[in-house]
Structure formats: C-alpha cells, structure tokens
Ligand binder design. Sequence first.
Ligand code: UD1
Length: 361
Amino acid sequence: MKVLSVVGARPQLVKLAPIASAFAGTEHQHVIVHTGQHYDVNLSDVFFSGLGIPDPDVHLGVGSGSHGVQTGAVLSAMDPVLELEKPDWVLVYGDTNSTLAGAIAAVKMHIPVAHLEAGLRSFNRRMPEEHNRVLTDHAADLLLAPTQEAVRHLRAEGLADRTQLVGDVMVDVCHLVRDDVLAGRYVPAALPDGIDPAAPYLLATLHRAENTDDPARLATLLGALAALPVPVALLAHPRLVARAAAQGLKLAQGAVHVGQPLPYAAMVAAVLGSAGVVTDSGGLQKEAYLLGRPCTTLRSETEWVETLVDGWNVLVPDPSLLGDTWSALATRPAPDAERGTPYGDGHAATRVVEVLARHAR
Ligand code: UD1
C-alpha cells in the first residue's frame, strides 16, 4: 500500500510524527507532501528535526496568502503530484487550508481520501477551520475519528458508514515526548527572557483569526494577559506578531514576556513547567489536559469538549466581562479530579495504518 500524507501547518507536523513512525516499521510506502503553508523555521523545520520526521518527498512551497489564494495554490499544485505518485490513499490531517485542498485534489482524481482527526466540530461558522473540517469530512472516503464525540458528530451528519474510531495520534506523540522530557533526554525549554522557570508562570499562545484579526478584541485579550498576577510566557505565532504590529498594539506589556514559538519537546517541557495554560489553540488545550495542567481557553467554544470535564479546561469568550474573577480563574490550581482517557491509549497511529491497509482497494 502507498499512502501520501499532505501536511503544511504546524499542528499537522505534530500529527505526522507518530504516523510516519508507524509506517516506518511496515512494508507500506509513505510519501510526505509538504504544502509550504507554514514556512518559518519555528513553525515547520524544527518539527521535522525535533520529532524525527523524514524530510518531505515533495515540497509545494505555496506560502501565505488569502484563503482563496492559499487553498487554490495547494489544489493546483497537487494534481501533478497525485498523477505521478498514484497513491492508494491520500491522508489529510486536521482542519487547515492544506487539509481541504489535499482532499479536494484527490477526490477529483478518484483517489481515496482518509481524514485524520475527522468529526471535530466547533459549530462556529465564522471559523475558517470549521468549513475545512466539514467539507473535508464530506469529501473523504474514510473518516478516522479521534473520540466518541467526533463519531457522534459524523453519525449525525450521515457519515457513520465511513467512520472508524482510532483514538487521537496526539496522545501517541505527547506521551512519548513527555517521558523523554521527564527523563531529562531534552535540553530545558528556552522560555522568553524574564520568565523564571523555577517560579510559577502561565504559558500563553494566541493565533486564531477570530482573536487576532479584530483590533478591539485583540486589544482586550492582550490587556487581559498583561493584567495577570503571575508572569505570562507568550509564545507569539507569526500571525499574532503581524496583526499586533499592524494594529499598533504592543505584545510585551504588564505580566507578558514574549518569546518565539517553541519546538514540540520544548513546548511539552514548558507546559510541564507551567502553573497553567491560556490559549486559543486546539492542540495546546489537549496537551495541557494530557500533561495535567489547568487550561483557560480564550474562545466561546471548543472542539475538544472532553477537556472541559471537571474544570481542567474553562472557556472564556471575553475576559473583560469577568472583572477580578479573570485573574483567579486563569491562575486556578489544577483540579483534584482524575482525568479519564477520552483521547485513547497512545497507539492511535498504528491503528490508522491498520485501518488504511484493511480498507485499501
Ligand atoms: C493555520 C490554520 C489553523 C492552525 C494554524 C496552526 C488555516 C485556515 N488555519 O493558521 O487552523 O491552527 O495554522 O499554526 O489553515 N505566517 C508566517 N510564517 C509562517 C506561517 C504563517 O509568517 O510560517 C503568517 C503569515 O503572515 C500568514 C499568517 O501567518 O499570512 C497566517 O498564516 P496561515 O497559514 O494563513 O494561518 P495560521 O494563522 O497559521
């Protein structure tokens, strides 16, 4: 069996790592296509080197652009690649513009498509990612769902017969790297200047278009981080840096210390070293949960609803409406409650390879 993975953005590289490693031990052929949606060293290269992912076989180099330009560029660049490679499966990951473009390119050429992390829904139609998810799920032939909740969503949309529950591959990689970090097999994280790793700090990220692209909203969120009573390590995504600069907003103010996005192992170490996480990232909400740190999510909904159980994760649509409660909430201690294993057993990637092989034409 020949499987062609299409990746392009940071969260997809994290998911690619366990998949590439699961393929490595088999007779199957795994071809990696990098669309180039993310091109900064910090968002792309360090994930290949840090997670031991083989270099991409094909690089489309599409780069940034509006949704139409970026999606269209991947779409048109995929045709000759698929023509040449003729894979048994195209495997697309998550919810980015690269996901949707990879799926559409393949189905139009009658190449079976499998969607990893199928069935996630925010039900927020203003999120570009939500459209990417829904359209990809409905185009794909095989839906690899990470959770029971995702299976329920797919069933409700009439997609039950294409759905397989495999678990979440992010557990595979997160637990492996956590064990390495705890065993001292990684150099400690390079936290932003001004953050003392031995003292309590919060780890923050902010990059969703809904939070960065509206100047008033971005100002509110940055103000809320600045007002926190403990130091905040803000790992700034290029979109945040660009939008803040364009809107004349300063990232480093009050409690906030700004740093670069971190490689995966350094990020895991930074979460483990933190007192808690404040974010709008989907992946980081889950990593906080898997690593046992309380998370405060600056959104009105989450796709990872399992993290909300027992208050491990709390949604805050607008911190300015909370008054003094905001600081108390963001700095709350980890709940006493045991966490379940809603994301699976850490062997999802092996299951993905098995399911693909079983369903290959
Ligand atoms: C994308 C995904 C989002 C995912 C996120 C992870 C879409 C619609 N969004 O958002 O689902 O959670 O990746 O990081 O696919 N930029 C750089 N260097 C880079 C990449 C981006 O400077 O390597 C800047 C550019 O100014 C670009 C902007 O960030 O215009 C946005 O990049 P884009 O790929 O459109 O989306 P993300 O915000 O990264």
